[in-house]
Design a protein around this ligand. Structure first.
Ligand code: SAM
Ligand code: SF4
Length: 349
């Protein structure tokens, strides 16, 4: 060990190089989110258009390549890995990937292997996930009303998702709920959603709509500021700010009446970048250093160019030197175009 940066200890590898990825703003990059597919069995109105064109399967990294890519980041000091998508559990063979990545949990290199899912396949996979060392998962659910659920997801079945959550909890997985606040759609239900989640021992995080990718509807029509949601929730609950930090964009409160944690992700009204510890890789091996910026690095070419990981490691090092200080999302009345052209399902939420 040669020193510390923020909360992370910097280790050196056998070649004497620092294992940690430190960006130009002295942030240690310890968290990788990997989109394992851009496909999904839902078409949530804020995320996708109804008629999405997905990538040709040949462009996707194979499961073996995804493993190599993730493992290269683990070798560089990443301690938390989240699989996402699209819907990660619709990627064929995804459990093979979870199983092989679990070796990094057993070796102690990874602290956490987790995923974000829409829950549709969870009933099938929950027990297996737990067996492979996954302890916690995030499940996205924006409403408990079956009709509203169908309207938001276009294709989703609420009962299946609820059965998935039951299975996850029965398997011993800790579940956190993610819910996007949508103007005129679920805004009157958010208090009930919080009470439901906390009643089942689940934390819940509310998310503001982010301007990522073209969709049919206007994001301005969907956008509901969480400052407003919070003010309304404060009429029903006593919200106490707490110092719970995940290095991410969520700010947490404790709901006194329920004892549960309630997070707010407010990319448009708050800046959360100074503590950013994460980067994202798409299912084609493109590394995005920031969710809200276009700059990216191609990792698929160095990955495929050589059986050794030297080129890949060098490309990762180089990309981290370009991690920007922050994003500049705006949902602008005059300019209706999304701030970032790619969808959340491409980069992974
Ligand atoms: N399919 C999985 C799911 O829905 O949880 C994982 C991928 S999804 C892109 C990850 C998260 O991003 C979900 O919680 C979803 O609600 C959220 N999300 C998608 N598009 C969004 C947008 N434009 N603004 C804010 N959140 C978004
Ligand atoms: Fe699919 Fe998740 Fe996007 Fe909904 S938010 S369309 S479930 S990727």
């Amino acid at each position: 060990m040669i020193g510390t940066s923020g909360t992370s200890t910097i280790e050196i590898d056998r070649a004497g190089k620092p294992r940690a990825l430190i960006d130009p703003f002295q942030r240690a990059i310890t968290y990788l989110r990997v989109s394992v597919t851009d496909r999904c069995d839902f078409r949530c109105v804020y995320c996708m258009s109804e008629h999405m064109t997905f990538l040709p399967k040949a462009d996707l990294l194979s499961l073996e390549e995804l493993d190599r890519l993730c493992s290269a980041f683990v070798a560089k000091g990443v301690t938390k890995l989240r699989l996402t998508g699209g819907e990660p559990l619709v990627r064929r063979g995804v459990m093979t990937l979870v199983s092989s990545l679990s070796r990094h949990l057993r070796s102690g290199a990874l602290d956490e292997l987790t995923l974000t899912t829409n829950g549709s396949q969870l009933e099938k996979y929950a027990a297996e996930l737990k067996d492979y060392g996954v302890e916690r998962i995030n499940v996205s659910i924006d409403t408990l009303n079956p009709d509203t659920f169908r309207a938001i997801t276009r294709w989703g079945d609420l009962d299946k998702v609820l059965a998935g959550i039951d299975a996850a909890q029965a398997a011993g997985l800790k579940v956190k709920i993610n819910a996007v606040a949508l103007k005129g759609v679920n805004e009157d239900e958010i208090g009930d959603l919080v009470a439901w989640a906390h009643g089942r021992g689940m934390d819940i995080t509310l998310i503001e709509v982010m301007p990522l990718g073209d969709i049919e509807e206007s994001r301005l029509d969907q956008y509901l500021p969480l400052s407003l949601v919070r003010a309304r929730l404060a009429q029903r609950f006593t919200l106490e700010d707490i110092d719970y930090q995940t290095g991410g964009p969520a700010r947490y409160t404790r709901v006194q009446e329920t004892g549960g944690r309630l997070g707010f992700i407010t990319p448009l009204t708050h800046n959360f970048c100074e503590s950013c510890n994460r980067v994202r890789v798409t299912c084609t091996g493109t590394l995005f250093m920031c969710l809200g910026q276009e700059d990216a690095a191609d990792l698929r070419t160095p990955l495929r160019a050589s059986e050794s990981d030297d080129l890949l490691q060098a490309a990762i090092d180089d990309a981290i030197t370009r991690k920007p200080k922050g994003h500049d999302f705006v949902i602008d009345r005059r300019q209706q175009r999304p701030a970032v052209a790619r969808h959340m399902s491409t980069t992974g939420g």
